[in-house]
Design a protein around this ligand. Structure first.
Ligand SMILES: [Fe+2]
Length: 415
């Protein structure tokens, strides 16, 4: 039974402005009357770009850390485009790799602005692709709502401009794009991604070895799929980022929690048409409560806005759900998964948070960010039928841990 966003009472204790409440309702109403709710379906793919030469190493990391497996690779004028699949009803993962090391487009320029993003100027989460029943109608309607699509301005990658996926212009609030696609995502050739190419047999063998490791160590069966993706934005743009995403999707605002100790809030949006978030993962936005310059009065921690100042507005982490249960007596699956992956050289921030003793609860952990995608991987296990989306105490601990990952100190102009 679909959630009716007009009737739904959002959860949480983060106060939203009157502006937000007014326009949220207007957006829901307009989506319905303009037919967008009927046109737009589930998220069918996530798109990530890595540096030239990093794609195969990134694929190896993905094999070890999650459920995605290589299906096909295409080449266009500027990029190799790798398609990865997990369960067929879950989104695909598309990894784009420029063909040359000096490749530059709007992603490069954006990353170069920020001190910690500049080192990997082509690495960035790009966006999600939604299914639509009619791509032309969807874009026409969204354009009438002042949403901009890509007009070949600085983008050279034909996947973003000339494939069967139509991508929005990067958001001013999140830097993420949203793509819309009418073609069945399974029908790779129909997506018009370029020429189908092959990867080296030796590289395939390495991936197969990792797939075998994942299978024999039960990782394949325990790491299920993407549960949510979390974008970090500036304090003053939190409501704009949410409202913009609601305008462009068929999601509803599930609720927001104030994580006062971390000077932050976590804002969750979910697809009300799915029973299982993994078939169309939740979109989370995190922002400081008060912006950095005013925080200089308060001296609170502010890992969220520090991240934005270091890396730019962008996707911060992608969370995989871990099958609930015990690997053996006294050891939850998530603890086992993390230990197994850690033994293969993946580093984590702090340890698993949450108890999961006998009551409904959830356990979560963040990895260190990938040196290929800059994305943190989260693992989340909802124990004993935990029905909520998260707990405030876990989010506070995770936010604090993430702050330790990128402590960039700004140099002073005068010493
Ligand atoms: Fe998360």
């Amino acid at each position: 039974m679909a959630i009716d966003p007009m009737q739904y009472e959002p959860k949480g204790d983060k106060k939203n402005s009157e502006f937000f409440e007014t326009y949220k309702s207007k957006i829901y109403e307009r989506r319905r009357s303009a037919g967008l709710d009927d046109l737009i379906g589930h998220i069918r793919a996530l798109v990530v770009q890595v540096e030239q030469g990093d794609a195969l190493a990134y694929l190896q990391e993905l094999y070890l850390m999650g459920p995605y497996r290589f299906s096909a690779v295409y080449q266009n004028a500027t990029h190799r485009i790798f398609l990865l699949t997990s369960q067929s009803e879950f989104p695909r993962l598309i990894v784009m790799e420029p063909l040359t090391s000096n490749y530059m487009d709007e992603i490069t320029m954006l990353n170069r602005l920020y001190p910690l993003a500049a080192k990997k100027p082509n690495a960035r989460y790009v966006g999600e692709i939604f299914h639509t029943e009619d791509v032309k109608e969807t874009c026409k309607t969204l354009e009438s709502h002042n949403i901009r699509f890509n007009y070949h301005h600085e983008t050279k990658n034909p996947f973003l401009t000339d494939s069967r996926v139509v991508f929005s212009f990067p958001s001013d609030y999140t830097s993420n794009r949203i793509g819309y696609c009418q073609v069945d995502i399974e029908d790779f050739d129909a997506l018009q991604l370029g020429e189908r190419v092959e990867i080296d047999a030796a590289e395939i063998a390495k991936l197969e070895q990792l797939a075998e490791f994942s299978k024999s160590n039960r990782l394949e069966e325990l790491i299920l799929g993407v549960d949510h993706m979390a974008t970090r934005v500036l304090a003053g743009e939190r409501e704009d980022a949410i409202c913009e995403f609601l305008t462009m999707s068929n999601y509803y605002f599930w609720g927001a929690y104030n994580i006062a100790d971390m000077n932050s809030s976590t804002n969750v949006n979910r697809n009300g048409y799915v029973e299982d978030d993994k078939t169309s993962p939740a979109k989370v936005f995190t922002a400081n409560n008060i912006p950095s310059f005013v925080n200089s009065f308060e001296k609170m921690p502010m890992p969220t806005e520090d991240f934005v100042r270091n890396f730019g507005r962008r996707m911060h982490h992608v969370a995989y759900e871990v099958q609930d249960g015990n690997h053996r007596a006294g050891e939850k699956n998530v603890d086992y998964v993390v230990d197994t992956i850690r033994n293969k050289g993946i580093e984590f921030l702090a340890h698993v948070v949450g108890e999961c003793k006998d009551d409904p609860d959830l356990k979560q952990i963040f990895s260190k960010h990938s040196k290929y995608s800059i994305l943190i991987t989260e693992y989340v296990e909802r124990c004993h039928g935990f029905e909520g989306f998260f707990t405030k105490s876990n989010v506070a601990a995770l936010t604090g841990a993430a702050g330790q990952d990128e402590s960039y100190q700004h140099g002073k102009v005068f010493d």
